[in-house]
Design a binder for this molecule. Structure first.
Ligand code: F6P
Length: 345
């Protein structure tokens, strides 16, 4: 079989570990792997990269993706789908492994359903919000980076009696905020799934100070809205730009929230925005293992001809689900927020 591999959407620690695992498993079973340059754009533009032992050697600990990535969506380009389907047929691909987030899984499902393309999905995102799978690789690395940052910010918060607001990633869900908040001992966590008004946050910080705690750590997910008791709400964006999937460029809620907290409490409030630091660099050992398991599973699905499926983690079992089941966004299990809230105040 000639098996194409692509990475689409934002980069994520562990992508290279998946590429390596798919390639090595395919080769071990007598098949050929070929990389597609910059996600689905690689098919539309017929831009390929050979994947052999040498190409995937030494990439296990590397962040980013050796195949480059893009948010090219063939359904948003005239002729995009036709070009992709023609490339698969004319260039002799027997199967494709698409590694991406929920939007890429949607494209992959449509291409399989509408055109019978032999596709298998692998979920990736630091946000951990792809449905039908318990954890995506990259999440553990992002949580580790955010927790390290919270630990470091704690010392300044404590020494100067300050409120520290830390903005973490999470476009549609607060998984990173909740997990790093638990790991770092946050005093308030603000996520897209649960509205918390500025007045409630300020009230909790004031109550904490009355109880003798002169500093506070607030973790906010970039996709959370700034909400007020009056009912006013707003999403804070870094700019008016959208990416080629049509998603807004988020960022800035941390600064907006910090200003409001300072006004409402009178306490000096500083902000740190972690941004892409959370997505960069080497994956944790846990993510390398998880990404490797995803890659092996994807190769197995391909070799078995099990197309239209996504590799998925359920409990500790690596399994698969039909791509048709993978819809929407997996929100944070609020049970985790309840655990975190035991330590607020
Ligand atoms: O989906 C992962 C993610 O890091 C989100 O948390 C964030 O909103 C988005 O990607 C940022 O994407 P980009 O780097 O394309 O602006």
């Amino acid at each position: 079989m000639k098996i194409g591999v692509l990475t689409a959407g934002g980069d994520c620690p562990g992508l290279n570990a998946v590429i390596r695992a798919v390639t090595r498993k395919a080769m071990a079973e007598g098949h050929e792997a070929v990389g597609l340059w910059r996600g689905y754009a690689g098919l539309a533009e017929r831009s390929y990269v050979p994947l052999d032992i040498r190409a995937v050697s030494g990439i296990l600990p590397l962040g980013g993706t050796i195949l480059s990535t893009s948010s090219y969506d063939p359904y948003r380009h005239e002729d995009g789908v036709r070009r992709v389907a023609e490339a698969v047929e004319q260039d002799g691909f027997d199967a494709l492994v698409a590694i991406g987030g929920e939007h890429t899984m949607g494209i992959t499902r449509r291409l399989h359903e509408d055109h019978g393309l032999p596709l298998v999905g692998v979920p990736k995102t630091i946000d951990n919000d792809v449905p039908c799978t318990d954890y995506t690789f990259g999440f553990d690395t992002a949580v580790q980076i955010a927790s390290d940052a919270i630990d470091r910010l704690h010392t300044t918060a404590q020494s100067h009696d300050r409120v520290m607001v830390i903005e973490v990633m999470g476009r549609n869900s607060g998984w990173i905020a909740v997990f790093s908040g638990i790991a770092g001992g946050a005093d308030a966590i603000v996520i897209p799934e649960l509205e918390l008004t500025v007045e409630e946050i300020a009230g909790a910080i004031n109550a904490r100070h009355r109880r003798g705690k002169d500093f506070s750590i607030v973790v906010v997910a970039e996709g959370a809205e700034l909400a007020f008791a009056s009912g006013e709400k707003r999403q804070v964006r870094a700019s008016a730009e959208t990416d080629s999937y049509g998603y807004p460029r988020l960022g800035g809620i941390g600064q907006a929230l910090a200003s409001e907290i300072e006004q409402h409490t009178g306490f000096e409030t500083r902000v740190t925005t972690l941004g892409h630091v959370q997505r960069g660099g080497t994956p944790t050992a846990t993510d390398r293992v998880l990404a490797t398991r995803y890659g092996i599973k994807a190769a197995e699905l391909v070799i078995a001809g099990n197309f239209g499926h996504m590799a998925a983690l359920r409990g500790d079992e690596m399994t698969s689900v039909p791509l048709s089941h993978v819809e929407g966004v997996k929100q944070v299990d609020l049970h985790y927020l309840k655990i975190a809230s035991t330590f607020f105040g």
